[in-house]
Design a protein around this ligand. Structure first.
Ligand code: ZID
Length: 267
């Protein structure tokens, strides 16, 4: 079976969850990356069976999530995590248990050598570290799904958007895909050439929105720009990763879904 890592699941209402279910129904093993501020409640809800009804697959069995990784896709390396985030209560409080757990597990599994940065810092949430953790736990993946976006000023028209808000939207919603793919490529199965086309190859997917091409009032804060970047990056990364690594890169322009993110922007 295939193994999939889906970044951007924090409840059972979003695209990430639905994609995870389809992949699970097709026989894939499911790994999840969850934004740190939402991690605790997601894991608690999972454990307490709050999602059991929506875990039901077409054959009647329940989708299993093999492992949930804390992730903040706006950080690439440990050095990127600023002091105010490190000391942020939401982060420290909500991720403590899992981070400690992963820390211990990594310590035991990997031995002491080379793990100094990790042992002194619990911030294994950055793209690089998450990919490394997945590698240590499972070796490789076949499918990478990016189902996350964030635009702090989404409700503001573009002309009222601050530089900070615009760049934050691009960082969380566009570069996060570049960073995730870049760090996961080394552990993605490269597939093979069969009848002169690449088959059985590693595949990655993100979700975009048509506001990248057409004016959709209400999709502000640089989110329209972020989706335009995401789509262009998808073409460029498909070219680069396809040729160099035999990995597919795609994005799907999604229709409306009453997810947490969509409700937050009043769509
Ligand atoms: P969701 O809330 O389920 O997923 C977003 C996830 O991102 C959440 O779990 C967050 O915790 C996570 N997240 C945010 N920041 C970070 C971060 N820094 N690091 C890690 N995780 C983070 O919402 P969703 O399912 O709507 O979003 C998934 C993807 O679908 C996003 O890329 C959306 O932009 C995209 N999408 C969703 C919709 C929609 O309707 N839900 C549409 C198009 C694209 C859309 O907006 N008509 C009107 C609107 C739309 C379509 C048609």
């Amino acid at each position: 079976g295939k193994r999939a890592f889906i970044a951007g699941i924090a409840d059972d209402n979003g695209y990430g969850w639905a994609i995870a279910k389809s992949l699970a129904a097709a026989g894939a093993e499911i790994l999840v990356g969850t934004w740190v501020p939402a991690l605790n409640i997601f894991e608690t809800s999972l454990r307490r069976g709050k999602f059991d009804e929506s875990r039901v697959l077409p054959d009647g069995s329940l989708m299993e999530i093999t492992k949930v990784y804390p992730l903040d896709a706006v950080f690439d390396n440990l050095e990127d995590v600023p002091e105010d985030i490190k000391t942020n209560k939401r982060y420290a409080g909500s991720s403590k248990w899992t981070v400690q757990f992963l820390k211990l597990k990594r310590f035991v599994g990997a031995g002491i050598g080379g793990q100094i940065a990790f042992l002194t810092s619990p911030w294994n949430i950055v793209c690089l570290e998450v990919a490394e953790s997945v590698k240590q736990d499972f070796g490789s993946i076949d499918i990478l799904v990016h189902s996350l976006a964030n635009g702090p000023e989404v409700s503001k028209p573009l002309l009222e958007t601050s530089r900070k808000g615009y760049l934050a939207a691009l960082s969380a919603s566009s570069y996060s895909y570049v960073s995730l793919l870049k760090h996961f490529i080394p552990i993605m199965n490269p597939g093979m050439f069969l009848h002169s086309i690449i088959q059985q190859c590693g595949s990655s997917l993100s979700l975009t929105y048509i506001a990248s091409e057409r004016i959709i009032p209400g999709y502000g804060g640089g989110m329209s720009s972020a989706k335009a970047a995401l789509e262009s990056d998808t073409r460029v990364m498909a070219f680069e990763a396809g040729r160099k690594h035999r990995i597919r890169v795609n994005t799907i322009s999604a229709g409306p879904l009453g997810s947490r993110a969509a409700k937050a922007i009043g769509f």
